[in-house]
Design a protein around this ligand. Structure first.
Ligand code: FMN
Length: 184
C-alpha cells in the first residue's frame, strides 16, 4: 500500500466521514438558530456529557456563550441538502429554519428548539467551554435524550436509519443495510 503525506490543514478529513448533526441554539433575546456540526463526540456516560467543537465567529458560538443551552438533533441522509444550508449560511443574516424548510418544536427542558424532521434529540446545558486552538470545545451535560422508535431499538436499526456522514466539503455518504456482529 503506497501512502502519501497530507498537509496538516487537511488532517481532520483523515478522520471523516463523520456523523453530522444539527445543533440548535437560542440567544438571550429568544432568537433561535441552527448550525451543522461534524465535530461532536460523547465524553462520559455517567454523568452524561458530550462535546462539540465550534469555531469562534460562528453566530451559534455567540448564542452558546449567551445562554449555554443547545440541542443536538440527529438528521438522516435524506436531509443532506438542509444540513448543507445550515452549514454554509449564517443565522446572523437569515432564518435558516425557513431557508432550509425545517420545522422547530419546543424542547422538553431547554429553551433551544428541536427540529421535527430529525430522528433523535439530545437536550444539553453547557457545563464547560475550553478554547483549543482555533475552536472552542463546549462540553454539554445531556439533560434529556429521545429518539424515533422506528429507527432505534437498543441500537440504531441500520435498515431503517440512514446516517448522515460528512466526507468533507459538501459531500456526504451513508451506511449500508448490512452489518457485522463479531462474537469473541
Ligand atoms: C457538514 C458540515 C459540518 C460542519 N461542522 C462544523 C463543526 O463541527 N464545527 C463548526 O464550528 N462548524 C462546522 N461547520 C460550519 C458551520 O456549520 C457553518 O459555519 C455555519 O454556517 C455556522 O452558522 P451560524 O453562523 O449560524 O452559527 C460545518 C459545516 C458543514 C457543512
Amino acid at each position: 500500500m503506497s501512502k502519501k503525506e497530507v498537509s496538516l490543514k487537511y488532517f481532520p478529513y483523515l478522520l471523516h466521514p463523520r456523523n453530522t448533526v444539527l445543533v440548535t441554539t437560542v440567544g438571550k433575546d429568544g432568537k433561535q438558530n441552527v448550525l451543522a456540526v461534524a465535530w461532536i463526540t460523547p465524553i462520559s456516560v455517567n454523568p452524561p456529557y458530550l462535546g462539540i467543537s465550534i469555531k469562534p465567529g460562528r453566530y451559534s458560538h455567540k448564542l452558546l456563550l449567551e445562554t449555554g443551552e443547545f440541542v443536538v438533533n440527529v438528521p438522516t441522509f435524506d436531509l443532506a441538502k438542509e444540513v448543507t444550508i445550515c452549514g454554509r449560511k449564517s443565522g446572523r443574516t437569515l432564518d435558516k429554519f425557513k431557508e432550509a424548510g425545517l420545522t422547530v418544536k419546543k424542547a422538553k427542558i431547554v429553551k433551544a428548539p428541536i427540529i421535527k424532521e430529525c430522528i433523535a434529540h439530545l437536550e444539553c446545558k453547557v457545563v464547560n467551554s475550553i478554547e483549543v486552538g482555533d475552536h472552542t470545545f463546549f462540553i454539554g451535560k445531556v439533560l434529556a435524550a429521545y429518539v424515533s422508535e422506528k429507527h432505534f431499538k437498543e441500537l440504531y436499526d441500520v435498515k431503517e436509519h440512514k446516517t448522515l456522514l460528512h466526507i468533507g466539503r459538501n459531500k456526504f455518504t451513508t451506511t449500508q443495510d448490512t452489518y457485522k456482529e463479531i462474537k469473541l
